[in-house]
Design a protein around this ligand. Structure first.
Ligand SMILES: [Cu+2]
Length: 290
């Protein structure tokens, strides 16, 4: 929870999902809670069958009454995240996002048009969430290994030489950091992000992979000395379509906690957890976003 609500999401698009405005290709990238705890609950509650009804498949998920409390909780997390941002921007300013509209039936079976801008603030919609303890907020994960030599001593291939690759096994690559030894000011100005792009999946499949940093072990599936950086997962749809998408995982705080700010590369492990044979990864890089 700490990762998807704090560590990975200092940028708006990493919490909400990438911007989807005029000119954007479909599936620009899901947000952290969406592909994290939100998908996990759909998967856990759905039946353990390939199609996962009810909660584990989009077409049937709302047949299960728990769907409504689950999605209310996702909305609550949205509100919590906005509260944690303090004075930082909370919304995309783009009018084609804010003014996008959807039609719903109201309680009198009349069609009503609702704009995105009308739904961003729960208080304007007439309700607030109960103030409850947030135990995950005080549980910033402790580094398993500090000042790891995993990246400098690894014989893993460089990321530029590996992709595209099918994720039917653990893939370990070295990823160059274009900037290192960044000052506190640099870090406040720019978030360092691990971008995993060209993720190709079939929408009809349940797929999930985890991302770890600086795994010290030679055995690729033993990850007890590696640091969890985030995940990608998808609840299946009934119809099969190819999707090409990307995720971005915040690295600034993670690398600070691991005490490897002076390293010029990191060792990344992509670990398939479900449907790896149905996942292709196009590339990995590190960028800096202000
Ligand atoms: Cu959902």
């Amino acid at each position: 929870m700490y990762g998807e609500m704090v560590r990975n999401v200092s940028k708006l698009e990493d919490f909400y999902g990438a911007k989807y405005v005029v000119g954007t290709a479909p599936d620009p990238g899901p947000g952290s809670v969406e592909r994290g705890s939100h998908m996990a609950l759909h998967g856990w509650v759905g039946e353990n069958t390939p199609s996962g009804e009810d909660m584990g498949n989009f077409y049937s998920t709302a047949r299960d009454p728990i769907f409504y409390s689950h999605h209310t909780n996702v909305d609550r997390l949205w509100t919590v995240w906005r509260g944690l941002r303090g004075p930082k921007p909370k919304d995309f300013p783009d009018s084609d996002w804010l003014d996008a509209d959807f039609l719903f039936y109201d309680e009198n079976a009349q069609l009503v048009r609702v704009k995105v801008v009308d739904t961003l603030d729960n208080e304007k919609m007439g309700y607030v969430y109960q103030d409850v303890d947030l135990p995950w907020l005080k549980n910033r994960p402790l580094a398993r290994v500090k000042k790891s030599k995993a990246a400098s001593s690894s014989r893993a291939p460089a990321a530029e030489t590996v992709f595209p690759v099918k994720l039917d096994k653990v893939v370990k690559v070295l990823v160059k950091r274009p900037k290192k030894s960044r000052s506190k000011k640099d870090k406040e100005k720019e978030e360092e992000l691990l971008v995993i792009e060209g993720i190709e999946v079939d929408t009809a499949k349940f797929v999930k992979f985890d991302v770890f940093v600086n795994d010290e072990d030679d055995k690729p599936d033993e990850l007890d000395k590696a640091e969890y950086a985030g995940c990608y997962s998808q609840v299946p749809h009934k119809n099969s379509t190819k999707v090409k998408t990307k995720i971005r995982l915040g690295l600034t705080e993670l690398l600070e906690d691991l005490d490897v700010e002076d390293d010029d590369k990191i060792l990344v492990s992509l670990v398939p957890k479900a449907g790896g044979e149905d996942i292709t990864i196009g590339g990995i890089k590190i960028i800096y976003a202000s």
